[in-house]
Design a protein around this ligand. Sequence first.
Ligand code: KIV
Length: 283
Amino acid sequence: MRKKLMIHDFYQMKQGGRKITWLTSYDFPTAQFAEAAGLDMILVGDSLGMCVYGYPGTVPVTMDQCIVHCDAVRRGAPNTFVIGDMPFLSYQTSDEKAVENAGRFLKEANVDAVKLEGGVRAASRIKAIVEAGILVVGHIGLTPQSSGVLGGHKAQGRTADAAKLVVEDALAVQNAGAQMILVEAVPPEVTRFIHQKLSIPVLSIGAGPHCDGQLLIVSDLIGQFQAFTPKFVKKYCNVADVIVKAMSEYCEDVRTGKFPGEEHCYRMIEGEEPKFLKLMQNR
Ligand code: KIV
């Protein structure tokens, strides 16, 4: 069994130029697969709203849902660094509320760190949570909880002025004390600049290769999420096809009497059947 990596290991990986591998997971079996595959970190993202519950976005996701899923993932991946994603309105309203909710992730689901969205605007929340002794991963660039303000799920930092704002967000996250940062949907040139400027590990989802590691949403990677596929996703398999094929074959087998077969049936203990039939004779 591999030793569980901790925050100092990720700093060493950054220093040694070894890439950090990171995927989302939302449930016990997927977390087991992620740990078996040797993932360095797991994010229990609020993308579970779309990937598990079928919501149109992440905004409806609640703290209680996040805790339940983090708890299941922790049980599935006891030796992997697990990060809980703070859902919309669990930290936006005050530093106190942010600390309280970040603490719930640790107390109730035993995660290793929390992630929250926002750069300059989230700096005071990050500082408060870090001061409470909780590891924080910042999240800048495309921040889905505020996609309405950003004009939709669009790449960020594509003009010089917009790129400058993304860099300012990155610096604000580091200065507030976050131990890692995730950059989402930003051109690689901008991520490279951020990576050169920051001393904390910089992770990318759709922000190119010039950073310390990559994140993808597991439901995209395995071809489970059907609604849309962002440009930055690489699909490694298509479980939807496999599952639908298996289910259709099952339906066919039931309808044609092919299932269940002999091998799927329990047998009576030897010699019991005649006794049973005799017992039932006058009934
Ligand atoms: O919720 C999530 O999975 C995320 C990723 C989109 C970065 O925050």
